[in-house]
Design a protein. Structure first.
Lengths: 327, 557
């Protein structure tokens, strides 16, 4: 709440809704301050009346036992506390309607970046149709200069159950519903990492379906795109691990561009090591954690859709080495 | 069959054998006994649902806790929500309505006593069916499992693909069965209130409790139908190859949401309006003043009932409705604040100029006013669709609706317990234990639900079995869990007070509160037939007229 008083500098949390860094979140934040102050004013008036009534009209110790004067009502008073709330409601309604239209029906400039977000149990797939990039769990978007906005429009789809895309500092949440395409947009003003997580219950591991949005400078974003478009760099040194990967069921779900692996149920692994986390943010992307994840996904994310393959120690080492080579 | 013909009278002194007494409870069609059955049943499930909540709060006391598995946590919040709404809150308000409505309108029983018994047992078996899932949930797949789809069971998580086994079926069937009971009770209440009022009691002279329960019953009939229809459609999807909600075959997840919330939002008022009814009876008696603005209170109740049918999609601001639809539901939702505000002001005006006696029922009623005010204001925040895009699905929403259901409804239910306990048992409760219960519960409630708003504002979604450290959520979750300790202790004191006072309390007499409505004119507990001679009334406060023949109400109404 304190952040509401000093908008901007230090958010109380990386997911503080009162520390907006993008136009939709900012419009909501300004509206919320207005609604909060209206609510606070009403609270103070009514609470004051209640406290006064409790203190002033309590039965005294020296009460004479007579009933107080019976008042049955008053048309004027009833009218007053009908009309004043009606006016308050009208004002709140009109200010809300204005923000609904400005956020929901905003016209996007032709240069807006288009990204398709597909919710899966329990991870995020990101496709950049214009750029021929496919990645998972960590969304990269360019920073948007408020003078010359370059927003990112997110098309929201679901591959299985309902999910909800919620990165509080960038925008309010919008659900991903199978058979029901949605969209939302962001135009982050500052470079940095913005966090969030799935906000619609989607099954066993709903809690570990974390969102990470990397807002890059224009140049960094271009570099990132160039790299993501390359097929995998394959090294002879890890060919044994690649063989294990391609002979077990890994390739039923995972793709590595430029190899036989072209599964689509799980995250694309072509540039796995360009990501900071694995398992949709559940663990850091280190060699050790990768090995643990491949050996037994339930040890990091019990109930995740990835099965344990029952690999022996040597196969594990080899597959891990292969995965670590996917830069 | 009348119970007299079996040799029973309400004033039997010789205790009967236990088996006979139990048999009498099971076969009873007396509205008072059925009311008590409903309420005891609700209390048992209140403890069960409370234990489920406590387990969840232990799990969330710190980040990355491993007290329960994710699967168990998901079952816990599904069972907690379903239990508290369908098998605590609804039977609780039905129980009080059953007991009080015939007494307060001067009737000898409900209009259809056997339908009444049937409705209770349907509700009761619905609850048992839900909990039978724990052993039967996976059917032939092996061990049991409770449903884990959340209390609003969004499609397509309930489809066979995502929910194999029978746990979802037990959830569906339990709501179908108890829904039949709810509709039966609603029909019965409407018939009773419209047809069985004592001579002289026109609609305009009914106690507000009767008006509000009439509105509640109307809402039940309108709201439970869509829920029942949706459950049947789900059964068709799961077993007969239907595709209503089967998104993999072109069905619509959004249609389920509409069906569910067309039920779900009026349901909030099904629970809240009876709480308003208790407040409208208890606040006047303890302020020693007639209710302020009776006709306006009736109009506001009907307005709330009417508007509540048109606000359901404010639960769906994030599902991608058009801006026009979002705008409409903002307006309809905010509109409901007006009649609700009128009620708060009328209760305040009733206290104004009175001589307020803060016995336990009035303590709970005062806290209700305070908490309902806050719940209403957070409701206004949530009704603003853009603000809702941030708050929806977060712990702020969880805090908001617990403020409504616990802070307003449950507080008023506790007030009603203490207020009518002398009538039901014939004995006074212990005032010191009552006040201890009140203060413990107020402290626990505010520790838990005030601080629960904060992690929501800091981006914590609901229904997560664990959370990441470093998000600023830890300390708030710790405080929230500590509050549960106080609430649990308070409920223990409450149950102890009920049990001890039932057997050992001081005799209460027929009218311990110097009350004004008809139930206080008969003995405590009332005889099976309620009134030996049906009362005749001339005003809204027949007992005031009797006690003040020099200044009767009917001169002013």
């Amino acid at each position: 709440m304190a952040a509401a008083l000093w908008p901007g500098p230090t958010p109380l949390s990386p997911t503080d809704i009162f520390a907006p860094a993008s136009t939709p979140a900012k419009s909501i934040f300004e509206l919320s301050l207005f609604v909060l102050s209206a609510a606070a004013a009403i609270f103070l008036v009514v609470f004051g009346l209640l406290v006064y009534a409790v203190l002033r009209f309590r039965k005294r110790a020296n009460d004479d036992g007579r009933e107080p004067a019976q008042v049955y009502g008053s048309t004027q008073v009833e009218l007053a506390w009908t009309i004043i709330p009606v006016l308050i409601v009208l004002v709140l309604f009109l200010t809300s309607a204005r923000v609904i239209l400005s956020v929901q029906d905003a016209v996007q400039p032709a240069g807006a970046l288009q990204v398709t977000v597909i919710g899966h149990q329990f991870w995020w797939e990101y496709r950049y149709p214009g750029l021929n990039v496919v990645t998972a769990n960590e969304l990269h978007v360019p920073v948007s200069d408020p003078q010359h906005p370059t927003p990112t429009v997110l098309k929201l789809l679901s591959a299985d159950t309902d999910h909800s895309f919620w990165v509080p500092r960038l925008a309010g949440k919008t659900d991903l519903i199978p058979n029901f395409p949605n969209s939302t947009w962001i135009d982050p003003h500052e470079i940095g990492l913005y966090e969030g997580q799935c906000a619609q219950y989607c099954g066993t591991q709903h809690a570990k379906m974390l969102l990470r949005v990397y807002v890059d400078s224009r140049e960094d974003f271009e570099r990132w795109v160039q790299k993501q478009r390359q097929p995998a760099e394959l090294s002879e040194a890890v060919s044994r691990g690649r063989a294990v990967f391609e002979r077990t069921a890994c390739i039923n779900c995972h793709a590595v561009q430029g190899t036989a692996a072209n599964g689509t149920f799980g995250p694309d692994l072509t540039h796995l090591m360009s990501r900071d986390t694995i398992a949709s943010g559940a663990a850091p992307n280190t060699e050790e954690e990768l090995r643990r994840w491949v050996e037994n996904p339930d040890s990091i994310k019990p109930g995740s859709r990835m099965p344990a393959m029952g690999l022996d120690k040597q196969q594990l080492d080899e597959v891990t080495a292969y995965l670590v080579s996917l830069r | 069959m009348s119970t007299e013909s079996m040799g029973w009278t309400a004033t039997t002194d010789v205790p009967r054998p236990l088996v006979e007494r139990l048999h009498h409870w099971v076969t009873t069609v007396d509205h008072k006994r059925l009311g008590i059955l409903y309420v005891v049943y609700a209390l048992i499930f209140l403890v069960v649902g409370g234990i489920e909540a406590t387990l969840m709060r232990i799990q969330l006391i710190r980040p990355h806790n491993a007290f329960v598995s994710p699967q168990a946590f998901n079952q816990l919040f599904t069972m907690h929500g379903t239990t508290m709404i369908f098998f605590v809150a609804m039977p609780m308000v039905f129980g009080f309505a059953n007991y009080l409505v015939p007494l307060m309108i001067g009737a000898r029983d409900m209009a259809f006593p056997r339908l009444n018994a049937f409705s209770f047992w349907m509700t009761a078996f619905g609850g048992l069916l839900l909990y039978f899932s724990i052993v039967g949930g996976y059917g032939l797949y092996g061990a049991g499992g409770a449903p884990d789809v959340g209390w609003f069971a969004y499609a397509p998580l309930t489809a066979k693909t995502f929910s194999p086994g029978h746990s979802t079926d037990f959830w569906t069937l339990s709501l179908l069965v108890s829904g039949v009971g709810s509709i039966g009770t609603a029909v019965n209440l409407i018939a009773t209130i419209l047809c069985l009022r004592c001579p002289g009691m026109t609609l305009g002279k009914m106690p507000l409790l009767a008006w509000m329960n009439l509105t509640m019953a109307g809402l039940v009939i309108l709201a439970v139908g869509p829920l029942t229809a949706a459950q049947l459609m789900l059964v068709v999807d799961r077993y007969l190859g239907g595709h209503f909600f089967d998104t993999q075959a072109g069905g619509s997840a959004v249609v389920w949401m509409h069906f569910f919330w067309v039920f779900g939002h009026p349901e909030v008022y099904v629970l809240a309006i009876p709480a308003f009814a208790f407040a409208s009876e208890i606040i006047p008696v303890f302020s020693r003043k007639a209710i302020f603005g009776y006709p306006v209170m009736v109009a506001a109740t009907l307005a709330i009932g009417f508007i509540s049918m048109s606000v359901w999609a404010h639960h769906m601001f994030t599902v991608g409705m058009t801006s026009l639809a979002n705008t409409f539901f903002v307006l309809s939702t905010m509109a409901i604040a007006v009649p609700t505000g009128i009620k708060i002001f009328n209760w305040l005006a009733t206290m104004w100029g009175g001589k307020i006696s803060f016995r336990t029922p009035m303590l709970f009623a005062t806290a209700f006013l305070f908490q309902f005010l806050i719940a209403g204001l957070t409701g206004v925040m949530l009704s603003s669709a853009p603000f809702n895009w941030q708050l929806s699905g977060s712990y702020f929403v969880v805090a908001h609706f617990h403020y409504v259901i616990v802070g307003a409804i449950l507080f008023m239910v506790f007030a009603a317990f203490y207020y009518w306990f002398p009538k039901v048992s014939g004995r006074m409760y212990d005032e010191r234990l009552g006040k201890l219960h009140f203060w413990l519960f107020v402290i626990g409630f505010h520790l838990t639900f005030d601080f629960m708003h904060v992690p929501g504002l800091l981006g914590m979604p609901r229904r997560i079995y664990t959370y990441e450290p470093g998000r600023g959520w830890d300390v708030w979750n710790l405080i929230v869990t500590i509050g549960v300790l106080f609430q649990s202790a308070a409920v223990l004191v409450f149950v102890a007070n009920l049990v001890l006072s039932w057997f050992r309390g001081q005799p209460a007499g027929s009218d311990p509160w110097d009350g004004w409505t008809l139930e206080w004119s008969t003995t405590s507990p009332p005889p099976e037939y309620n009134y030996a001679v049906l009362p005749v009334v001339r005003s809204r406060r027949p007992l005031w007229d009797l006690k003040h023949p020099e200044d009767p109400d009917w001169k002013y109404e």
